[in-house]
Write a protein that binds this ligand. Sequence first.
Ligand SMILES: [Fe+2]
Length: 385
Amino acid sequence: MESTQNFFCPRNNIFGFGSLKEISLHIANLGLKKGLVVTDSFWATSPHTKRLSDFMKQAGASAIVWGHAQPNPTDKNVSDGIEVYRKEGCDFVLSLGGGSAHDCAKAIGIMVNNPGTIHAYEGVDKVKKPLPPLLAINTTAGTAAEMTRFCIITDTGRKVKMAIVDPNVTPLVSINDPELMLSMPKGLTAASGMDALTHAVEAYVSTSANPLTDTQAKAAIDIIFKHLAEATHNPNNREAREKMAYAQYMAGMAFNNAGLGYVHAMAHQLGGYYDLPHGVCNAILLPVVQKFNLKKAAPRLAEIARFLSLGKDTDSPELLAEMLIKKIEELSGKVEIPKGLKSFKIDPKDFKIMAENAMKDPCGFTNPVQPTLAEVIKMFEVANI
Ligand SMILES: [Fe+2]
């Protein structure tokens, strides 16, 4: 590994039950006055949002609650949000929710200080001017979007999820208060937990992995295997919720710096074309893509397997890697994620265009094997059971 490695992370990161109240201190320290709270329709009316507004008030700031971030947030959401931000004369952005709220808030933040439309910032390091202060309060475990330099917005014209990857979109403050995660429904707990597992596995086998990201990825994978099923089936288990909050953050630290792979590159197309839930697509594609990656990544996948005490010392890397993939499939089953894409009724005719777009998605650049177009189409077909 003879290359320079950057490590990106928010400046302040707050964890633990009841930690939402810490927001007051940060708003007061930053001298902020009026915040656009970017959230969805569910959270807009939640008692936690009222608590957040009260904490903001204590710090001398007012809250403009804007509850229109859709799942798979769109370019239209961003243009609507920036209009409200400007009209209200806000001076900072808060995101409250999971990945959709954070990504939408990041994109609105980009548009505060940068010209044109959000489409101009698709790609890596295209955002020239920093965002206004962005404070991210996370309610899922998770996309880790509350702490990453990734922002995913659907281009409704092209039906493509645009990946905006830029240190400028990293929130200033992240809050992971598991109290806010207790209300996560079963399906969302399962899907967002499998998303976090995908982040950790893709980061570990990434061509940009380094010792820092390896440590975080392995720890995250271990915790997710131990606690995701419990958090899914016993939503009020506070220990499982807290462990998952840390695990998804660690998986975020790993992929924010090591990058991702073809699971995400392909899942983004299913999200862009069919508006399918991100975590479910990842959970279905993770075993398929890692099987494809075996020719190069078996030794790395075997390292994870050994870390999890799978197999015997004498087992080959290929065998260990397969044991890990099987364990992933088992966890997916335990949290009741469908085995394949069949139930989503995808038109196989769309695989070609989705595969072409996946090959342009920057998330795929760090996959251990660069597939051909035919191989990406084949992976979509394999997942379509
Ligand atoms: Fe993800």
